[in-house]
Design a protein around this ligand. Structure first.
Ligand code: SAM
Length: 397
């Protein structure tokens, strides 16, 4: 089933969380002078026009990049992400929003490699056009990568991931970001990661997921915690209390296997700001959990939450302390009270692929497509109480 088109959801709060974290992961990878492979199992179209029919139909960017566009007192760690988005809108008008391939292209270096998978025939065509224009623009600027820096494949990212691992340089950053339109996607993510970790245990794997009422979504983080990675980090951002109809995406998470040690302290500093700027009602909050694998059993701790009780699997943590601990079945120990290490200094994105400048590469406009069906509450599930302000509009993500 290929009804999902990301053009309807580009720039929403879930994209902000995902791409902000993605930028930080690239910055960390860039600290070492050895090339890496970025693998995007579900790439989408690469660039999105926020004045397109799809984007304006849902207006989802109003829940994400919209409120951030003119935000002030931005935390330092959020700035590289905002610089990247603003860099593709040199007129100052918010017109284009980057997809994960564009973020990767901007944040990686000339020797790094991008391997992009996309199954939708229309989106893979747009992605190809966007990358071709970007490369032509770079060539005009005198920047030429050796060999095939970016390879796009029209195919199944779940199936293809394994054939790229381990990568030649033994360094990889993998983003797994499926539509989750079908519940099979949750299992496919877990299975693909299990296989990937078997082939390449030291890779950095980042998974975006929706926090929904459906059982597969609620159980998902716990399933990822049991994967055989040495360490994991789970961050969620909730922007509003779900309405009584259960429609819309109010919360999402990024689950990172083998995360940088700099990520947790950086998120602790930045997530309260995102809640403040993107939060719609008293249900707005974030959670951060980390864990390690200890001789075959995982240990976990809740390292940050605010300002309300955690959601999803984190419900078992103390709701009042602002800090708590989680114990999974078979855990042997709980880490708490560790010293946070300082966040890495963030260099500016390497170069500009600016879509709307006359001398810049212009992205192809996304084609027409269906919006994702709104999330349905499972039969019998009770909605959470509505907050004082209405929840923002938005589709499933
Ligand atoms: N990662 C993109 C970004 O952040 O800009 C957004 C990706 S979007 C959420 C998910 C994409 O996965 C859609 O474009 C969809 O067509 C594509 N897709 C769905 N199933 C796929 C599969 N098995 N393999 C590769 N792509 C798939």
């Amino acid at each position: 089933m290929l009804s999902y088109r990301h053009a309807f959801h580009a720039g929403n709060h879930a994209d902000v969380l995902k791409h902000f974290v993605q930028v930080q992961l690239h910055l960390y990878m860039n600290q070492k002078d050895v090339a890496y492979t970025y693998i995007d199992t579900h790439s989408g179209a690469g660039v999105y026009a926020l004045d397109s029919f799809q984007a304006t139909k849902t207006g989802e960017f109003d829940t994400g990049i919209g409120p951030l566009w003119n935000a002030t007192n931005v935390p330092a760690a959020l700035q590289p992400y905002l610089d990247l988005v603003k860099g593709m809108n040199p007129s100052g008008k918010m017109r284009y929003y980057p997809g994960s391939p564009y973020v990767a292209d901007q944040m990686s270096r000339l020797d790094d490699r991008l391997r992009l998978f996309e199954l939708h025939p229309a989106d893979v065509k747009i992605l190809n056009e966007n990358v071709r224009k970007a490369e032509a623009h770079k060539a005009e600027q005198g920047e030429r990568a050796r060999g095939k820096r970016v390879i796009i494949e029209h195919g199944d990212g779940f199936q293809s991931l394994k054939k790229l691992l381990p990568p030649p340089s033994r360094r990889a950053l993998v983003l797994v970001d499926p539509p989750y339109e079908v519940k099979d996607d949750y299992k496919k993510v877990r299975d693909a990661l299990e296989e990937a970790l078997g082939r390449f245990p030291s890779g950095m794997y980042a998974v975006w997921y929706p926090v929904l009422q459906r059982m597969e979504s609620r159980q998902f983080p716990d399933k990822l915690k049991r994967l055989p990675a040495k360490e994991w980090l789970n961050v969620t951002l909730t922007v509003s209390t779900p309405g009584p109809d259960g429609i819309g995406l109010h919360s999402s998470g990024m689950f990172i296997l083998n995360p940088p040690y700099t990520l947790e302290p950086m998120l602790r500093e930045t997530m309260p700001y995102l809640v403040q700027v993107l939060g719609k009602d008293a249900g707005a909050r974030f959670t951060i959990e980390t864990g390690t694998q200890v001789t075959g059993a995982a240990s976990a701790r809740l390292v940050g939450e605010g300002p309300r009780a955690p959601v999803g699997n984190a419900r078992r943590a103390s709701p009042l302390s602002g800090k708590g601990s989680l114990r999974l079945p078979g855990q042997s120990m709980v880490r708490e009270g560790e010293e946070a290490k300082p966040a890495a200094k963030a260099p500016a994105p390497r170069r500009a692929w600016r879509p709307d400048g006359s001398a810049q590469a212009k992205p192809a406009t996304p084609g027409q497509g269906e919006s994702r069906a709104p999330a349905k509450r499972p039969a019998g599930a009770q909605p959470r109480a509505a907050g004082p302000r209405t929840a923002g509009k938005g589709g499933k993500r």
